[in-house]
Unconditional design. Sequence first.
Lengths: 425, 425
Amino acid sequence: MSALAGAWLSGCANTCPDSTATVVPQPAPASPQPVATTGFEQLQGFCDGIEPVGERELEARRERARKLLVDTKLAALVVEAGPTHGYFAPTPWRRSERPLLMVLPARGAPVWVGPAFEQGRLNERLGEVELFTWEEDVSPYTRVAQALRKLNVATSGRVAVDPDARGFIFAGLRNALGKARVVMGGEVVDGCRMVKSPTELARLRRANEATKAALRAAAARLEPGMREDEFAELVGQAQREAGLQDIWSLVLFGPNASFPHGTHERRQLREGDLVLVDTGGSLHGYRSDITRTWACGKVDDSLRRAWDTVLQAQSAALTQIRPGVACADVDKAARTVISEAGYGAGFTRFTHRLGHGIGLQVHEAPYLRPNNPRVLQPGMTMSNEPGIYEQGRYGVRIEDIVAVTDSGVEVFGPRALSLEQPFGA
Amino acid sequence: MSALAGAWLSGCANTCPDSTATVVPQPAPASPQPVATTGFEQLQGFCDGIEPVGERELEARRERARKLLVDTKLAALVVEAGPTHGYFAPTPWRRSERPLLMVLPARGAPVWVGPAFEQGRLNERLGEVELFTWEEDVSPYTRVAQALRKLNVATSGRVAVDPDARGFIFAGLRNALGKARVVMGGEVVDGCRMVKSPTELARLRRANEATKAALRAAAARLEPGMREDEFAELVGQAQREAGLQDIWSLVLFGPNASFPHGTHERRQLREGDLVLVDTGGSLHGYRSDITRTWACGKVDDSLRRAWDTVLQAQSAALTQIRPGVACADVDKAARTVISEAGYGAGFTRFTHRLGHGIGLQVHEAPYLRPNNPRVLQPGMTMSNEPGIYEQGRYGVRIEDIVAVTDSGVEVFGPRALSLEQPFGA
């Protein structure tokens, strides 16, 4: 119940007591922090000066959603707690069997439908909004129907629902509103979230620049004999010093970067290994996602050739990224380079799509993959990350985050230049 | 990609690189562990001798699902990664935009539909199963249709989908299979998961006994002046010593247990406060969830009266829990006691449902709430947790986990006896 707002909750990721079903996990109990310096102090302040999301920005997002609703003749958008909810109203709220739903009408302010016993906490977190609460013996979905009536939405008005909402919520809404009125809201949601504002771009730019600077600083301290987990810790420390949060790091040495079946070793770096690091964090909720591959000492010519091919593929994709080009065609530009270099067609050795959109989530629309007809627009942001994987031998991937501009593309932070200059000049 | 199976990944909860979309987070880099003793060493070994889930148990679950499918004239069950997937096949797999789907036909072994570039990791984790992979340019849902044909499911056969699956998965399946064939699979899923086997009961029993023993041990060290977060840390230590994992703790002192708007203080315990602790952990994935309320020193008579009323309400509910009784009637038994004691009708001061099912999730079916006609069956497990909350003054809740037996009910661990003996005799 609402008591939790003022209380102390430890642990709790997927588990919560009945009364705390929607409480956001707090950090684990303080463990002793190492007081030693990290050696990455030069990165401090890297993310300074970037603004968090404010109310004006949120209202602009909702206004864009309303416009898209009107344009597509939809009466309202329903979003359950989750990433899209966070986009429109940054209220941390964990999904549980008790749904929290935002109802945004095509005209007017959004209202929320949530559990009555959480009213205190909801008011505290959502601010002065209209809240339709349901007691435990009432269906949340009949409250959505009531909210729509109060918002003067016609009883024939179609309601778009975030496709990320769970199936039982769709079923409940269909039951309460009538089957025909409930439609998938993907185009409204993606239409908002895919196109970033200048302030969103500033956050994504800085976050990805910070990860690149941190990775470069950490790489300077990588030595043969170091284990994957040890280096991942360094990569994390450097990003924390640079001001990022929610840091994850994938570190792969030598054949571990290819396609290993079943090994769980934490490999130590050896001369002749390729190092592949895929890492990122967040700045005011906006994500970074950077991959670099480089050599420890002298590597086999076949590894160098794969590296050069991946960079060429990335460059080929980059020349395609501009307004009006289909996602599939960008993927194709990279895939063709790799295929024509003799690494096989399709997904043979470049086993995944070229890239994914990025924003509040590391993966979001648009997706750069074959058969995706979606057309790029200014303000879209995405990864450009071709790769070549030779099972049991090596893996190469080079990943930048880019933004579509009015006339072309911007790469956030320096590109890789060569196997000798993987972090740029 | 599959490379991750053998690699080292740090961080990463909701964030992951493109190629690691479905990697399960690893523990954070080792932070210095306190070497001091906890003082709870007497709890070590408490959870010994309890078996983890084995293949025979999993097959029995799938067989039960097949029976329910046949009984309800359904051709197959589709489950996406998540808690229900974990029930049928304990493969940790994080949800991403790329679905992993189990397809269990009414007759025969289940098959899986997953991303091609994850094949190595899927084989490694799922074992020798039939896998229908999709490359990034192919719809996963057409692969489900192909899998169903291969499984000799008639093209008219209706397919039940786990209601917890996300909306876009329902939409994709409707598109690939035809609208009429896709139905909500709640009754099949709940019909399996709600009824616990003896081995599941053994895990739940021991987990909840362990939490009670740990809470009792921690309470012996609670003193005036201690902060809520400090005591939560003790409660967590004791449960870890007892052998539980995934521990969460909610600790509320005095008025913080009621309905505070906006306070984020970490209150220090004072004489005259009620202490409310709601906490739990997991044993081989099975959850505990226990609440105890007790007094620090002498408390006001009105608090004592609320405490006694809550215990009476819990006892009244307990007398109703047996096969054949509706969930709503169990809730009513407790609510009536609280209402007749003058605390208001309905949800006035007992602001939430009486209880929730518990198993692999802390909250799962069945739910003890008004208007729920579901009838109790032997093997169901649930919380029995009435409460009274007086805004700004106090909160009382007493929670046990119980199992429905062939003829009545079993309470896991000792019940609260009185305000002086909140942990039993």
